[in-house]
Design a binder for this molecule. Structure first.
Ligand SMILES: Cc1ncc(COP(=O)(O)O)c(C=O)c1O
Length: 425
């Protein structure tokens, strides 16, 4: 049946079954206690003001440069910016890339969200299989389901996704759906939404599974720079041939929301991703690349030295208030990133309903856990031999500590805890 909207034309089928992104839905609220979207609250605005002031002088002195930067550029990014990013990925994250000869293995997109979409668009036909943690970043799940992927969700614990279960899922996918999964998706450092970090042993195990089964592993490292303890080695360090892992980074969390994501993709994957990007937006703004080039060359280390401890303070304020004020439940204990995940002991609690009825009228927003589960995904049966419908855990919430200052976190989370205690007894 056509999805008619009343004035003669009809919408595509997916519009009927894909809900609006909850990130988008919640970004529109302005409340006092904002713990929803992964909004950075510590942006080095002075640094960016200085960079832009310098740039304005440079452009006046050199109109030719201005003309270039205010023009269309290459779809995959400006060479000078890709070289800067390649150097950082090599020097700071230890990624095996020769900055002199392989800098063009780096690609940029309009945010890493665009890279996720383009990767899915490149790899997924309806009915193809994807493996994700349960719960998983909703910005990945939405497009995956829109494109018709079968999503198999894998249990997670306080260390993230469990590789043995991934192995079972690969086998079940082959038997049940007659095909090997195309993608394993993980956020190894301070995951969105749970905040967990994968130990190296699990990283190695996931890489081995991907290698053995010819699966593309998407390593979404959005929070790799926002780490309170020692940074973990990326899974990408194992991918010496650049053939197995799509490694994604983003400036949104570690710089500013200038909509630049950067990735290292196997070359055949990269070609297709750029084909998609070419049709989505032609290219990323060169002016923004110029600003970020200066930031990544000369300012990021200082910005992180100052900024990361501030995020840690926010995290500590939130963890303390949850521990003191929340009713019975469990929370994760992140060592970086932007989020804590809380699950009520009461299984009947519905965090979505509570947000609308109690949270928002009390000036509080978090993201209910429900949208971090696929709308119609699969999970392994107890004996690991089959799959059945995956179900959301509605008694969960993702609470973001990145945006509000510590006093507003203590105040609002205590308030939320008291409201929850009243509700749940
Ligand atoms: C895990 C993860 N991946 C990707 C993104 C998208 O980031 P952006 O498009 O701003 O680079 C986000 C944003 O919250 C995220 O948390």
């Amino acid at each position: 049946m056509a999805n008619t909207i009343g004035n003669g034309y009809s919408f595509a089928t997916w519009t009927r079954f894909i809900e609006e992104s909850q990130i988008r839905a919640l970004l529109k609220y302005k409340v006092k206690y904002y713990y929803a979207g992964g909004k950075p609250g510590i942006i080095p605005t002075d640094i960016f003001a200085d960079i832009m002031a310098d740039l304005s002088v440079r452009y006046k002195e050199n109109p030719k440069l201005a003309l270039e930067d205010l023009n269309y550029g290459p779809t995959g990014g400006e060479s000078w910016f890709l070289k800067t990013l390649a150097k950082r990925l090599h020097d700071v994250r230890g990624i095996p890339i020769d900055c002199e000869t392989q800098w063009d293995n780096v690609t940029i997109t309009n945010g890493s969200q665009q890279a996720l979409y383009a990767l899915l668009d490149t790899l997924i036909d309806p009915g193809d299989v994807i493996i994700t943690p349960s719960p998983a970043y909703l910005g990945f799940l939405g497009p995956a389901e829109k494109l018709g992927a079968r999503v198999i969700t894998i249990p997670t614990d306080l260390d993230g996704i469990i590789p043995e279960e991934v192995e079972h899922a690969v086998e079940v996918s082959k038997k049940k759906f007659g095909k090997c999964p195309d993608i394993i998706y993980v956020v190894p450092d301070s995951d969105n939404p749970k905040g967990t970090t994968l130990p190296f042993k699990r990283r190695q195990a996931l890489f081995d599974i991907a290698e053995e089964n010819d699966i593309l592993l998407i390593e979404d490292s959005a929070y790799a720079e926002i780490q309170f303890k020692k940074k973990s080695k990326p899974i990408k360090t194992l991918d010496k041939e650049n053939s197995r892992i799509a490694y994604l980074g983003t400036s949104s969390k570690e710089a500013a929301v200038l909509r630049v994501g950067y990735s290292i993709l196997p070359s055949n994957v990269k070609e297709q991703v750029l084909k998609v990007k070419g049709y989505l937006d032609l290219c990323t703004t060169s002016l923004v690349q110029r600003i970020l080039d200066e930031y990544y060359k000369n300012h990021i280390d200082e910005a992180m030295r100052v900024g990361v401890p501030k995020y840690k303070e926010r995290y500590e304020a939130m963890a303390k208030a949850i521990d003191e004020a929340f009713p019975a439940g469990v929370r994760t204990d992140p060592t970086g990133g932007f989020f804590i995940w809380w699950q009520s002991e009461d299984k009947k609690f519905d965090a979505r309903e509570f947000l609308q009825r109690v949270g928002i009228p009390n000036e509080i927003i978090y993201v209910p856990g429900t949208p971090f589960y696929p709308q119609s995904g699969h999970r392994l049966t107890k004996d690991n031999k089959d799959v059945r419908e995956s179900l959301p855990e509605n008694n969960t919430m993702r609470i973001g500590f990145s945006y509000a200052p510590p006093d507003i976190i203590s105040e609002g989370i205590t308030r939320l805890g008291n409201l929850l205690s009243k509700e749940l007894g």
